[in-house]
Design a protein. Structure first.
Length: 396
């Protein structure tokens, strides 16, 4: 069916440094008849954007305590972006529209749903709400991620809500961790769609094959590194969640005590909110532990699969011999490698690694740069080396 024939309006909330006319907006325009995208005038460092973080820093600098400045400015930017979208959301019957928010736009859309400004179908693409509010902390307790998730959970259960909310997130997203969306989905009841291999821009990343093969001698070290990284990340996350939960519940209880004498119903409502915060925090903790176990298992499977693929291509004996030999090799630096032509790399590596599986294994076992990735040029060099090798020479 041609999507342009559908009688619906798409309201698109763009990303942080994006705007009308960007890639996702153009794609929606090409595929749907009615697409609206309001320029939210948002940026991190551009003071010419009226709702930018930089502009809000300048505005609040002399009126906000220094320790509250980041959270106050982030919250101000979110509120301003949400405000400029209100007319567009009000212009359409929610059951006949779809709200699509990408990254920062997903954070704005999250707030819109929590406050009841939108009660129709929504698609949140790698929403950044937890990333920005969890990092700097909310200036107002009701904007804390757990409080917002609790509010969304209640709204989605309401019979007045007339649509499904779907969160879409790439498993290879390095900017907004997919665990943030897993937590949101668990705490709110949203449906989560994980796109395997997609990055933050929802483009598919190149999947490594023979370029990053690991050998027997590095498997155990790789497993240990994976577990240590996951333990460290999980512990940091759990400590942060516990602190947020405690702080938020204390603030809610304080407000409940103040309201108790004047408005008992309001006090009870606040205490019910505190219970929802506890449930959301528990869901976040369970999600993190589940995600840690899954990520550890997947990472180990990938390491083992790379080894099996190598052994299948070359036989186990050359792989084991190469893994021992690699420890004694003097390899060209990553910086030097990335500046060489494929022919230069082939000549350099072949000369230094004649006894060690030739160029492919030498280059493949080079430690990555500080970002954890090979440079594109280095990858092309590796492929060129691979195509130039005679594996029969290795076995001889």
């Amino acid at each position: 069916m041609d999507c342009k024939q559908l009688a619906m309006k798409i309201i698109f909330f763009h990303g942080l440094e994006s705007g009308p006319g960007a890639r996702k907006h153009k794609w929606l325009q090409e595929n749907y008849a009615s697409v609206a995208c309001v320029d939210m005038q948002m940026s991190v460092a551009d003071p010419m954007k009226s709702h930018s973080f930089a502009r809000n820093v300048m505005t609040n600098l002399f009126f906000t305590a220094p320790w509250n400045l980041p959270s106050r400015c982030i919250e101000s930017s979110l509120e301003q972006c949400l405000s400029c979208q209100k007319d567009e959301m009000a212009s359409v019957e929610h059951q006949n529209g779809v709200l699509v928010g990408s990254s920062w736009g997903g954070a704005v859309a999250t707030l819109a749903i929590a406050r009841g400004l939108w009660s129709g179908p929504a698609v949140l693409i790698a929403p950044a709400y937890f990333a920005v509010m969890g990092r700097f902390g909310a200036y107002s307790p009701e904007n804390e991620p757990l409080a917002v998730y609790a509010a969304i959970s209640e709204r989605l259960k309401s019979p007045d809500y007339c649509g499904q909310v779907i969160v879409v997130h790439g498993t290879a997203d390095e900017r907004i961790p997919i665990d943030h969306s897993r937590t949101m989905a668990m705490a709110t009841g949203m449906r989560l769609l994980e796109v395997e291999g997609a990055d933050h821009s929802m483009r598919k990343t190149e999947l490594p094959s023979f370029v990053e093969q690991d050998f027997e001698t590095v498997l155990e070290a790789e497993h240990q590194r994976i577990d240590e990284d996951l333990d460290r990340e999980t512990q940091s996350y759990l400590v942060k969640i516990e602190a947020q939960e405690k702080d938020l519940k204390e603030r809610i209880e304080l407000r409940a005590k103040v309201a108790e004498t004047k408005d008992p119903a309001k006090a009870q409502q606040l205490r019910n909110m505190a219970e929802s915060v506890t449930l959301a925090a528990d869901a976040a903790r369970r999600t993190k532990h589940t995600a840690k176990a899954a990520r550890s298992s997947i990472a180990r499977q990938k390491v083992a699969a790379r080894k099996r693929a190598l052994e299948k291509a070359l036989g186990p004996e050359p792989a084991e011999a190469a893994s021992r030999e690699i420890l004694r090799m003097q390899l060209p630096s990553q910086e030097a490698l990335s500046t060489m032509s494929p022919q230069e790399v082939l000549a350099e590596v072949s000369a230094t690694a004649a006894t060690c599986f030739r160029s492919l294994q030498v280059v493949a076992l080079r430690p990555p740069d500080e970002t954890g990735r090979q440079t594109p040029r280095a990858n092309r060099c590796i492929v060129a080396c691979f195509l130039s090798l005679q594996y029969s020479e290795v076995r001889s």
